[in-house]
Design a protein around this ligand. Structure first.
Ligand code: ZN
Length: 153
């Protein structure tokens, strides 16, 4: 495993739409491992492949309940609303209030190519939406209704 460089806002790669993974080959497995290590090192709760400069639909999330690896994730159900403050490893020093669904169900492939469904509420629902936005070139700063001073949080 290796740590990869996290791309920061202003880097064009963060604004591009990622391509679906068509075969889960060795490179995809290495990418998943490296992304998990990079996320852990940065104390993040989620990381999407474009954040390490790879335009593939691959996401890792860990909200404290173990690592979730998602390949070609798709939101198949949303319910309710929540408004909380969020940040992003690619937008250091910035936090903003973003409205997200209270609950989401995401369909994806795991590293074995099996279809999985992940149901998330609270922080996990937020992380799933935030990371899938990255795959579409969207950042939380596009959606924040208000920015907050990180020192006040
Ligand atoms: Zn992010």
């Amino acid at each position: 495993m290796a740590t990869r460089v996290i791309r920061k806002v202003g880097d064009d790669v963060l604004r591009k739409v990622s391509r679906p993974v068509d075969s889960i080959n060795k490179n995809v497995l290495i990418l998943l491992d490296d992304m998990a290590e990079t996320m852990r090192n940065a104390n993040g709760v989620g990381l999407a492949a474009p954040q390490v400069g790879i335009l593939k639909r691959v996401v890792v999330i860990d909200v404290g309940e173990g690592i979730i690896e998602l390949i070609n994730p798709e939101i198949v159900h949303i319910e309710g609303k929540q408004m909380e403050v969020e940040g992003c490893l690619s937008v250091p020093g910035k936090l903003g209030e973003v409205e997200r669904p209270a609950k989401v169900i995401v369909k994806a492939l795991n590293r074995n190519g099996e279809e999985i469904r992940v149901e998330g509420t609270g922080l996990l629902a937020r992380a799933l939406c935030h990371e899938i936005d990255h795959l579409n070139g969207e950042l939380f700063i596009d959606k924040a209704i208000r920015f907050v001073d990180p020192n006040e949080e």
